[in-house]
Design a protein around this ligand. Sequence first.
Ligand code: SF4
Length: 373
Amino acid sequence: MSFSDVFRNYERSDIADRLAACRATDVERALAAEHLSETDFLALLSPAAGTCLEELAQRSHRLTRQRFGNIIQLYAPLYISNECGNGCRYCGFNAANRIVRRTLSLDEVANEARILHQRGFRHLLLLTGEAAGAVNNDLLAAAVRRVRPWFSSIGLEVYPMDEAGYRQLAAAGVDSLTVYQETYDRVRYDDLHPFGPKKNFDWRLGTPDRAGAAGLRNIGIGALLGLSDWRVEGFFVGLHARHLARIWWRSRVNVSFPRLRPADGGFAPPAPVSDAALVQLLCALRLLLPDSGLTLSTRESARLRDHLLPLGITQLSAGSCTAPGGYGHAGEGAAQFAIDDDRDAAQICAMLQTQGYDPVWKDWDRAFLEREG
Ligand code: SF4
C-alpha cells in the first residue's frame, strides 16, 4: 500500500474542522498517552495545545534524550546544478527566474566534495533542480561513485525517480532520499507549480514509497512551511511519516521543518509560520514519531536553531551553501534561497558541545550493507 492510498481517505476540510474542535481535555489526554493515536496527534497540533507549549516541549525533550541520547548528526548539502524546468513559485531556481544557470562537471563536484570532507563532513546530501538535459540518473550515479570514497553516507534531494532509478543510485552508493511534498494541499500545490514535471502531485506523493521499495536506508520527508495552514500540513506530514515507518520498517524516516526563506523571485509565503508554531509542530511530531530523525537546516537563524535543538532535533546542517560551486568559490553563482545560520562547521560543533551535545560526523558505514548483502 502506498501513501496515496492512505491520503485519499482524508478530506483537508475535515482535518481543519477536527483541529478546531479539539479542547483542553483532548490535549491533556494526548500529553498523557504513551503511544499517540491519530486523534491525540490532532489535539497536539490544535489551537487548544497552544497554551501547553512548555509541557509539550518538556515531554519532547525527554523522549528525544531517551531515544537518541545527546548526539546530533551533522551533514552538508552539495548543489550539483541550479538548472530546472519547473516553475515552483517559491524557489529561486524556478525556470522563469533570470539567474545564471550552472551544472558542475564531475571534477567540480569532486572539488566541492573534497572541501566538505576536509571540513569534517562524512554525511553528504546531493541536490539538483529538475532538468533532464542537465542532470540525469547516469550523471548522478557517476557523481556518487566519484565522491563515495570520502563519505560514509550519501543522500539525494533531487527530482523524483521511479523505483528502478533509486535502485540504480543505491547501487552507486546512495543510501538516503529526501523529498518534500512541499504542500499536501492539492489545490494550493496546483497553483504553486504552474508548469513542469513537478506539477504531478500524485507522482511526488508516491516518491518516498518508491525509495522505500528500492531499499534506501533513510527516507526524509517534510512540507515547505508557509505554503498552507501549518496545522493541517503537520498532520499530513505525521501521517505520511508513520505510514512510511510502518510499511518500510527497514528504513529510518526523517522529518524536516523547512520554513520558506527569501529567494530570487520575491515570493511571499501565503501562510507564514511563527516560531511558536514551529515549536508546537516539532514537539507534536516528536511525540508521534519517537524514533524518527528530526532535521533543522540553516534556513533558520542561529539563535532559533540553538533554542530548538533540545526539543527534539537529531540532525543539523552546518556551513551550508545553496549555490552550485559555492564552497570552492564563495559568493559566486545563484543560490536556491538565502540561509540564515551562517556559522561554519567548527562553530556549530562548539555550540553543540557548550550545550552538552556530542556532534556526530559519522554514524553509518556502507560496510554494514555489504555485510548484510
Ligand atoms: S523547488 Fe526544485 S523543482 Fe522547484 S524550481 Fe526549485 S529546484 Fe526546481
